[in-house]
Design a protein around this ligand. Structure first.
Ligand code: UD1
Ligand code: UDP
Length: 376
């Protein structure tokens, strides 16, 4: 029996790791340890509860307004303890958070093989997004199996001299999670009122703290002023650097509903019910094309150009005027809107977790059926 530790610290890691946990649990020859670093507390628990996943061990590191040093050292110390009593044969990390990098580093120090889910995304600018781009590059250098979601992310790894033999192109597990969750959406509560044009908003990135988040809020006010039938729903991330300005600047408007982060099923329902999404989230860019919803990405650069190339996503940055103009143009131009909504999803086919588990089996010389790599 091989013990595979699946590490999740934040909401997106838990959503994207949940399908892998489920796949490991139903595959003979594996024991799965979900290790929650709890870099996020409430938002992580929300996902684990929804997918009915009980952590094997919980490092419980989150502190209010934590800094990166706290997260890094908390995960390193906690992982060292887990490794000594859990004795995993392999550790899986996902994405680009500080949990991702620190858990991979702890595994490397203990000479335990590491599999990297959603490997190879790059902007090639260490400060955008910060610190995620550096987390990605540093994590790659510590890993043994690399699971890029797309051909482009595979090419990025090859450019960094990762051997093709250590790479398996999987598609993104976000699509696996979406396929599992979409079946339960009918029972989730609605947030948009009938007859309204719904705009769904999320924003949380560190590089958008300060002036950019205030500009984003300004754009939402301008959009709501320009369109009387619009209703904006914004589940506000618990980060105090987001909560403060968003609630101050937008809290007084009836046409802008500020709500706490909702569980994943409820969020999928929000994405299905809205007309347009404005977001700086990575995961939302990957999911929305499957629901035929255009996304305006409020960031200056993206490590996910596939969505831009397919036409499903537009990069608008955080300039108040540009966000407002692009959103209004799209809502007022049916053919431009339909072209974005109809673009196909380049990020996955729902089989990513099967490929990931198969490739772990291959690493341990287990006899398993090869699902083949993901191609668009
Ligand atoms: C982190 C990741 C980011 C990822 C995001 C997903 C890093 C450096 N950043 O950013 O890559 O996109 O998660 O959402 O790893 N908080 C709560 N409850 C929660 C979650 C957060 O109160 O459930 C508050 C706490 O005050 C915490 C703060 O938010 O200190 C910031 O959390 P942190 O994980 O450090 O950063 P995020 O901005 O969430
Ligand atoms: N999400 C959610 N509830 C919310 C907002 C987002 O479940 O209130 C989901 C969303 O569908 C996506 C993920 O959380 O799967 C994105 O997380 P986040 O934006 O925090 O991080 P990122 O993807 O930018 O790293």
């Amino acid at each position: 029996m091989y013990k595979i530790a699946v590490i999740a610290g934040t909401r997106p890691e838990a959503i994207k790791m949940a399908p892998i946990v489920k796949e490991l649990e139903k595959t003979d020859g594996f024991e799965c340890h979900l290790v929650a670093t709890a870099q996020h507390r409430d938002m992580l628990d929300q996902v684990l509860e929804l997918f009915d996943i009980e952590p094997f061990c919980d490092l419980d590191i989150m502190r209010a307004n934590q800094d990166l040093t706290h997260v890094t050292t908390g995960v390193l110390h906690g992982m060292q303890k887990y490794i000594s009593f859990g004795k995993p044969d392999m550790i899986l990390v996902q994405g680009d958070t500080t949990t991702t990098y620190s858990a991979a580093l702890a595994a490397f120090y203990a000479k335990i093989p590491v599999g990297y889910v959603e490997a190879g995304l790059r902007t090639w600018d260490r400060f955008s997004p910060w610190p995620e781009e550096a987390n990605r590059q540093m994590t790659t250098s510590l890993c043994d199996i690399h699971y890029p979601p797309t051909q482009l992310s595979c090419d990025n790894l090859l450019a960094e001299k990762v051997s093709r033999e250590d790479i398996c192109i999987t598609g993104n597990t976000a699509i696996d999670a979406l396929n599992i969750t979409i079946k339960n959406v009918a029972n989730a509560p609605s947030h948009f009122d009938d007859g309204k044009t719904g705009i769904l908003v999320t924003a949380h990135r560190r590089e958008n703290h300060g002036e950019p988040i205030r500009d984003i809020c300004g754009a939402l006010l301008d959009i709501a002023d320009a369109l009387p039938d619009v209703q904006i729903v914004y589940p506000v991330h618990f980060n105090p650097n987001i909560q403060g300005p968003v609630r101050n600047l937008l809290g007084h408007r009836d046409d802008i509903k500020l709500i706490d982060p909702v569980d994943y099923t409820e969020f999928v329902k929000l994405m299905s019910d809205c007309k347009l999404i404005l977001s700086d989230s990575g995961g939302v860019q990957e999911e929305a094309p499957s629901l035929n919803k255009p996304v305006l990405v409020m960031r200056e650069s993206t490590e996910r150009p596939e969505g831009v190339d397919s036409g499903a996503v537009k990069l608008v940055g955080t300039d108040r005027k540009l966000i407002t103009e692009t959103a209004l143009e799209l809502l007022n131009n049916e053919s431009a809107y339909n072209a974005m909504a109809a673009a196909s999803n380049p990020y996955g086919d729902g089989l990513a977790s099967k490929r990931i588990v198969y490739r772990i089996g291959k690493f341990f010389d287990m006899d398993m059926e090869d699902p083949g790599e993901f191609t668009v």
